[in-house]
Design a protein around this ligand. Sequence first.
Ligand code: F6R
Length: 240
Amino acid sequence: MEIIVCKDYEEMSRKAAELSAEGLRQHPDGLLSFAGGDTPLGTVHAFADMVNKGEVDISRAHYVSLDEWVGLSNTDEGSCGLFNEREFFARLEKSFASRHIINGAAVDIEAERDALNAYFAAHGPLTVSVLGIGMNGHLGFNEDGVSFDLDAHIIPLSDTTKRVMSKYFGEKFHPTHGISQGIRQIMAAERVILIANGAHKADIIRQAITGPVTNAVPASVLQNHPNCYVVLDEAAAAKL
Ligand code: F6R
């Protein structure tokens, strides 16, 4: 793991975008994935700017979303899909060769999971995976206790995730499950970039990076990844 401590959120975002672009430049026909949520907002914007300025070419590359709340599609407020549409695709002046956004509102959610695995079979493995970390150490919706051997799967949300999710939905929606890329797919990525900012992430970052590798803290599995960057602001790095 290479740990990069940045002075603030802007620097963290720029650094993560540059590392993403560098990874994709090595494999211009590769597969890219960004987490949704608060942390990657600046990274996604910075990466879109780089694409628009011609600093990285996505015309032959593919894009896949990381996860989704079961019950929500890419038109629903608070969904990961809408994050992708609004914060990333709407800003891009160029197109990926193809993209796959998980539809958590699919009537047949198991078929949706299978479609995600099929997309990986066609375009994987991931070239660059940009991840955030949950307060319980989750990656995507790989919640504490998850098997590290899974590909895409549907999983009950942990109590911690259920507590935190009101920041996305208020009281409007109470999801019980997530659909997510699995740890096996994340660990097969050529380059993983884990980003975190803010003092509230300092404890879980310490556990994930300096604690034992355990599915009680899923992000700890990244200690075993051969090409993982951890890009933090000073507050998130404060307990390392
Ligand atoms: C979202 C996702 C989650 C988040 C994590 C951190 O697509 O995969 O694992 O990355 O919950 O969320 P924020 O960035 O909102 O603190």
